[in-house]
Write a protein that binds this ligand. Sequence first.
Ligand code: FEO
Length: 390
Amino acid sequence: MEKKIAPGIYYIGADDKELDLFEGQYILPEGISYNSYLILDEKIAIMDTIDARKTNEWLENLEEQLGGKTPDYLVVHHMEPDHSSNVKLIVEKYPNIKLVCSQKAVAMIKRFFGLELDSDRLIIVGDGSKLDLGEHTLQFFTAPMVHWPEVVVSYDLTEQILFSADGFGKFGALSYDDPEGWACEARRYYFNIVGKYGNMVQTLLKKLNGLDIKKICPLHGPILDSDLDYYINTYNTWSSYAPEDKGIFIAYCSLHGNTEEAALKLASILKSDSSEKVAISDLRRDDMAEAIEDAFRYDRLVLAAPTYDGGVMPIMEDFMNHLKIKNFQNRKVAFIENGTWAPASGKKMREFMSALKGIEIIDPLVTVESTVKPKTVEDLKVLAEALLAG
Ligand code: FEO
């Protein structure tokens, strides 16, 4: 990782390759980075702290770049602990430092640390506020719910760099050269962490619309310094709940393998009958966060689940609940159910998904009666036809 990002701007964050679950729920196959930056100018600004897990490494990076100088400001873009854990430490280490943050962050600083700072140690920023550092001037924009209510982003008018908080972030340590590029793990990050607040992301994108952005420095993942239209347009697609790609995503679970057989058979029919992209996930074993990501990515979704205790197999209920929580909408959805004495999962899944915004149901509902039979295959072919026509 190159430490110098632009004249006077340095990376001082750290990778975390040991953490297994981010936010206690998202697997990290290749770790994550907690990004933090330092602007060395007539006035010196630390741009966020990092997670307590990496305090020592961060402090070493900070002190190395400071070279004995004293920082004037700590800019707090976001108060979630993966970025703000060291706010109190910095306030105590540098008794004259001023915190630059939103009004909402002030209340959170008190809640997290019991800190009640005098007004002369606080600079409250809102939309359009500017902070003059000398050569560099930071302009602030509020970004509520991207990803917490207190979030602000800042734009360095001199170097045309956007400090985007969680926005444009990605799972994966910076030392890991992701062969899948930015989008795969950025998409999993976006839909699972920020996805519920698409409207707020849209509001932020509109605020940033007039800026000439040359680089984006997020709080996780790589610094983006070329083809920025691609990243901004991708965020526009994701946050507007539009499908990113044409394709069919099949999410299934199965008790004894029969629903699985039907789901795999549907995938094979779709693949043999078309060149459409078909993705499939076994909800029992695959990463739920990746299944969420794929549900948002494609324009059509098939849910396949057996009946269980008169309802839907619980892992499918869990998946649908995740979709609801993340504001899943504007997609076409089809169903495969299974049941031996009283199939009910199709009706239950349909009721649940129909209540979400902009969901169009693709018929027919395919019912597997205990096992896949020639009649089931015929029904799956009819469903495949309907999906491909959608
Ligand atoms: Fe990376 Fe919302 O914290």
